[in-house]
Write a protein that binds this ligand. Structure first.
Ligand code: NAD
Length: 497
């Protein structure tokens, strides 16, 4: 059975190592980072804190407490504590081969050792390892904390089960693992990126285009399509109604023309200067950290809009959110014999620091989020789960009335209870109470009406009998409870007498 991954060792704390650390910490995994340079810790902590705003914006799904970050220059200390090792040292075959061998001496024999290598062959870099069957490639993309793709492949000595376990781990931290079937240099993505990159360098070297013009040629055109349809499906559409076959007939002859060079140009001093000066001009005085923030914000926007289409990286995000909802609080399902003599206690959370406003109190929209999460917990409890949604049915909120009772500060632990008030085959009426779970003070309440819908038809329809049956049992029990104190309140300033 695969180990539970509680602590990840990150070896090498540059761009990629720090990105892995940020992703894992955000997922509640403890991370111990090691680097030969003690200075690496400063950059690491900077990247981890720079990643936070984008990660917080990306998803509202409830998540575990953040993991703890520690740093050591001792490789042995870091990897001997780990349940999973991710190596991110510079891309040199001899260095990686020796480093992986050293890691394998100190890591427990069943601990997966994954290398972030961009294109080295796993068979070669695992060659001197003890227990080489758990050594494999997990090739991510920068920024690792946002981009879902991780290419996974093993060498001749890698055990297939370790590949599966690594893929399962990467999925559990919100990634899209792609198994590379054949052990090739550069894997799939870097082979593609490298072809484009070589052509770009040729064009700069030959004075055909500046770095800025090359980037314009991508970002205003093909780059927009690549984020959701890639190259092959995009070209299927380029063939009109007949799709790929017509595309190949029409553009096939171009494959014979000398459009591309593919063999890389020589990296002369002049070419290096042109690349550096060109990109410096494009950066227009913005620092790398500024540009990273801009990139992160754009990536979050793209992934969130794709989420609304449930497509490409948006689909990864959506499925990951659903898993998080199921794994954190509120994943209980109704069972005969449950105590229904009190309001249901299905959802807990805590006030995340980014939820508070300038007054240092939980901001308006987060009340709705917490109550919404409690409603989701109720739905899952009665059987309205991912499978039910996949069959085209759900409950949609039609009305919510929130009463704020006490101020809520950052880090306060929350619990929400739910009392059912009314039910017919399409409508469900209930009342949430949000408490501080430590001192049990009542913080806020929300009365909600939700409507059962056929999502495809976009209209109300009766809920399935098994759902109505469970809801009916809960309602029968809750009818015996006193009516909530703020039920059906109206807002108004009484007119002067
Ligand atoms: N930069 C990218 O976009 C990218 C993308 C995917 C994969 N990768 C791969 O990730 C790996 C790391 O790349 P990077 O861009 O983060 O490099 P980097 O130069 O930013 O960082 C490398 C880090 O490794 C440390 N290091 C050197 N020798 C070490 C050793 N023996 N033990 C521990 N730490 C050591 C260095 O001090 C440095 O902090 C490479 O294999 C690279 O191919 C990079």
């Amino acid at each position: 059975m695969a180990r539970e991954i509680r602590t990840v060792a990150v070896v090498g704390a540059g761009v990629i190592g720090a990105g892995w650390a940020a992703r894992c910490l955000h997922r509640g995994i403890d991370v111990v980072v090691t680097d030969v340079s003690a200075d690496a810790e400063r950059g690491l902590r900077e990247v981890v804190s720079n990643a936070e705003p984008a990660l917080n914006q990306l998803s509202l799904a409830p998540r575990k407490e953040k993991g703890t970050l520690s740093f050591t220059t001792s490789l042995a200390e870091a990897v001997s504590k780990a349940d999973f090792v991710q190596e991110n040292a510079p891309e040199r075959e001899d260095l990686k081969r020796n480093l992986l061998a050293e890691i394998s001496k100190h890591a427990a024999p069943d601990v997966i050792i994954a290398s972030s290598s961009s294109g080295l062959l796993p068979t070669i870099i695992q060659a001197d390892c003890t227990h080489p069957e758990r050594v494999l490639i997990g090739h991510p993309f920068n920024p690792v904390y946002l981009l879902p793709l991780v290419e996974v492949l093993g060498g001749e000595k890698t055990g297939p089960q370790f590949i599966e376990d690594a893929m399962a781990f990467y999925s559990s931290i919100g990634m899209k693992p792609l198994k590379v079937r054949k052990e090739i240099e550069g894997y799939i993505s870097d082979r593609l990126q490298e072809a484009l990159w070589r052509e770009a360098l040729h064009m700069v070297a030959d004075g055909v285009a500046t770095t800025d013009e090359i980037d314009q040629a991508v970002i205003y055109g093909p780059g927009l399509r690549w984020a959701f349809m890639g190259t092959c499906l995009t070209f299927h559409l380029a063939g009109g109604e007949q799709g790929m076959r017509h595309m190949l007939e029409q553009f096939g002859p171009a494959l014979e023309l000398p459009w591309t060079k593919l063999k890389a140009p020589e990296l002369t001093d002049q070419l290096i200067d042109r690349m550096v000066e060109g990109t410096q001009q494009q950066a227009d005085g913005y620092s790398i950290r500024d540009l990273e923030q801009l990139r992160d914000n754009c990536l979050v926007s793209i992934m969130q809009s794709l989420r609304s289409f449930n497509y490409a990286s948006g689909n990864v995000l959506k499925e990951d959110d659903e898993r998080q909802y199921e794994q954190t609080s509120g994943s209980t399902e109704w069972a005969d014999g449950d105590d229904l003599s009190r309001p249901l206690d299905l959802h807990g959370d805590k006030v995340h620091p980014e939820w508070v406003d300038y007054n240092n109190h939980m901001t308006e929209s987060r009340y709705l989020q917490v109550f919404g999460d409690a409603s989701d917990a109720l739905f899952r409890y009665v059987g309205v789960n991912a499978e039910y949604h996949a069959n085209g049915n759900s409950y949609y909120t039609v009305e919510t009335h929130i009463n704020n009772i006490l101020e809520v500060a950052a880090h306060e632990p929350l619990r929400v209870t739910t009392q059912l008030l009314g039910l017919d085959d399409k409508r469900l009426h209930f009342y949430h109470r949000m408490y501080n779970s430590k001192d049990n003070s009542l913080l806020a309440t929300a009365e909600q009406m939700v409507l059962h819908v056929d999502m495809k038809a976009g209209k109300a329809c009766p809920a399935k009998p098994e759902i109505l049956n469970v809801l009916g049992k809960i309602l029968d029990a809750h009818k015996k409870l006193p009516a909530p104190e703020r039920l059906s309140r109206q807002m108004m300033v009484p007119p002067p007498k």
